[in-house]
Design a protein around this ligand. Structure first.
Ligand code: NAP
Length: 317
């Protein structure tokens, strides 16, 4: 019985491996538009796909970021400045893409731009703090997608949305996880809707990686700013020790972040270039072996594990 099971599982993985190695043809003719290429995954992906020979249309938030990227890449890579929260900027970038791709359409759209701050207990935050994150990570992503969809459909191409393992399990308060759960929901509906037109939609769900978004000094500074403006009642309930413990947990989190960004960019590259891309890519061992399994656990068990590593308010019962 166990032998049959092992053979069955082995065959399944062999078949999957064979299916997933098949690569689409004529990669040099394919255009890919990536948001958030100033730094991190977007920047590395732009360089990686450029080296692979695809025609990369890289959107950067700042002209400085765009200039740096152009200096590191071939003449085929072109850049545009894009703030995903500004509808005018999104419309202008979509027009810019349209002029470049022409009748071919857009093979790949990678929605990568994102922010993570502010992060703090919900009670310390304002509605605007939530709006700030949702505007970039969710509404910006939706706006870019809606503007470029006709071009992707024309090419029967791919939409790759950079979500997070925090779109599967909530570890921190604030808008970040909410935005990523939203990205998952949007991607699920988009995948079904676009399957009728030969467009494939993939989600990338990285664990924690060392990029600007996960910079411990920036995270702690933002946390302190919110603490400083918090109501006296909140300060009394949580206490100064909470701030100290939070700082320690950020330090520990920083040590756990993975350095090798290619674990993520290789997943995105696969989603763009494989004949049979996956629907979800889990990137990083922390996501695969810890956070995803915890997300499937009964709530009481997941909560117990997460309480264990979280700071406690001074007036906790
Ligand atoms: N690093 C991680 O641990 C991790 C884990 C899971 C998921 N992610 C996701 O991965 C994606 C990329 O993040 P990253 O880790 O590579 O961090 P990153 O280096 O900070 O990259 C984020 C990029 O988005 C850009 N950006 C910020 N606001 C924007 C806006 N309004 N319009 C357009 N672009 C904007 C940033 O530009 P500036 O550099 O000019 O600010 C930057 O280039 C994000 O969606 C993030 O949520 C990251």
């Amino acid at each position: 019985m166990w032998l049959y099971l092992a053979v069955f599982v082995g065959l399944y993985y062999l078949l999957r491996w064979y299916r997933e190695r098949q690569v689409v043809s004529h990669l040099r003719d394919k255009c890919v538009f990536i948001t958030g290429c100033d730094s991190g995954f977007g920047n590395q992906l732009a360089r990686q796909l450029d080296e692979r020979g695809l025609q990369v249309l890289a959107a950067c938030l700042t002209e400085k970021g765009a200039e740096q990227l152009r200096r590191q890449t071939s003449d085929r890579l072109e850049t545009v400045t894009l703030d995903v929260t500004k509808t005018d900027s999104v419309a202008a970038a979509a027009q810019w893409v349209k002029e470049r791709v022409g009748d071919r359409g857009l093979w790949g759209l990678v929605n990568n731009a994102g922010i993570a701050l502010p992060v703090a207990p919900n009670e310390w935050l304002t509605k605007q703090d939530f709006v700030t994150i949702l505007d970039v990570n969710l509404l910006g992503l939706i706006d870019v997608t809606l503007n470029l969809l006709p071009l992707v459909r024309k090419a029967r191409g791919r939409v790759v949305n950079v979500s997070s393992v925090l779109g599967r399990i909530t570890l921190f308060s604030g808008g970040y996880s909410i935005s990523k759960y939203g990205v998952e929901a949007f991607s699920d509906s988009l995948r079904r809707e676009l399957s009728y037109f030969g467009v494939k939609v993939a989600m990338i769900e990285p664990g924690f990686f060392k990029t600007a978004i996960a910079n411990k000094d920036r995270i702690f500074k933002s946390f302190l700013d919110i603490w400083d403006r918090a109501r006296p009642e909140v300060k009394q309930i949580y206490g100064e020790n909470f701030v100290t413990s939070y700082k320690e947990s950020i330090e520990q989190f920083d040590h756990k972040c993975t350095q090798d960004l290619s674990l993520v960019t290789n997943c995105i590259e696969h989603a763009l270039t494989a004949c049979h891309p996956r629907t979800r890519y889990s990137a990083g061992w922390d996501a695969k072996l810890f956070y995803l399994p915890v997300s499937y656990m009964p709530t009481f068990l997941a909560d117990a594990i997460l309480y264990w590593s979280s700071p406690r308010p001074a007036k906790a019962l």
